[in-house]
Design a protein around this ligand. Structure first.
Ligand code: SF4
Ligand code: SF4
Length: 271
């Protein structure tokens, strides 16, 4: 039943796993929401594909080209949570980004994809160009057609090594994505790092190098979700950022470190 509800929002991959099978590493996130962890019985995991066929061109990571995905999740949860609660007669709590459980692991347990050596989930249709969402609930696993004592095992990628080979992290500067999100001054090495890899925000190198993601891209498997197709910015310029008022800027995923940070990165490219 829950899969049919998710499909109405363009979410084709959803699965459930007993909460007891999940790895909880930040229980405080649950408690801060006023939820009693011992009451949680099931985790519903789902994938939100965000790829639109512009991955090769641009200086912004593919996930950040549409409006901020947090807005998508906020709207989705506002709509879908009451529907799930009515359907299952129990409380449901939506999470995205700040998660109490190991999401990639749980998504694999829920049979949504393999765990990649890149650290990303790999879905059969969309590769790694997906966000993971999770909804924790007090409804028991049986309500989702699964058994609390069932055999839940993750699956793994084929360890081909392409992501590690492609990753510029070996240069000892840390993750490029983290460097683009660092606040304040960058070192000359960090500036050069950003310049050489052509990204003013984020890094898609490991995801894009993965044969599963390549296959998804070659097959033209773009997101069916309108939110991620609308008002995209693949190649950002400083002039565009300067022209955005506060509200418009805040709607972008590259906004969360403030205008100064993204403008500093763009200035490296002379844009
Ligand atoms: S995001 Fe980029 S820098 Fe970070 S691990 Fe992947 S390839 Fe390496
Ligand atoms: S590139 Fe290869 S090793 Fe890396 S996640 Fe993909 S399949 Fe696994």
């Amino acid at each position: 039943m829950f899969r049919a509800i998710f499909r109405e929002y363009g979410v084709e991959y959803a699965g459930a796993v007993p909460f007891s099978a999940c790895r909880v590493f930040a229980e405080d996130i649950i408690i801060r929401r006023g939820i009693e962890p011992q009451k949680l019985k099931t985790a519903v995991l789902f994938l939100v594909p965000y790829y639109v066929a512009d991955a090769e061109a641009g200086n912004i990571s593919v996930y950040a080209r549409a409006h901020d995905y947090h807005l998508f999740f906020e709207r989705l949860y506002a709509d879908i949570t009451p529907r799930l609660e009515a359907a299952y007669g129990a409380k449901f709590y939506g999470f995205a980004d700040k998660s109490a459980i190991a999401e990639v692991y749980a998504a694999s347990l829920a049979r949504l994809g393999k765990i990649g050596d890149s650290g990303l989930i790999i879905n059969e249709k969309y590769g790694s160009y997906v966000f993971i969402g999770e909804i924790l609930t007090e409804a028991p696993p049986e309500a989702f057609g699964i058994d609390e004592r069932g055999d839940f095992e993750p699956s793994y990628c084929n360890h081909c090594g392409a992501c590690k080979k492609a990753c510029p992290m070996s240069e000892g500067l840390g993750c490029l994505s983290m460097v683009t999100q660092k606040k304040g001054e960058l070192t000359p090495e960090e500036r050069d790092f950003i310049l050489r890899h052509g990204s003013a925000w984020g890094c898609d190198i490991c995801a894009a190098a993965c044969p599963y993601t390549k296959k998804a891209v070659a097959a033209g498997n773009v997101t069916p979700i309108e939110f991620f197709k609308t008002d995209r910015i693949a190649h950002l310029t400083a002039a565009q950022v300067e022209a955005m008022d506060k509200a418009t800027f805040r709607e972008r995923a590259f906004a969360w470190r403030g205008k100064k940070t993204i403008l500093r990165n763009l200035e490296i490219f002379g844009e």
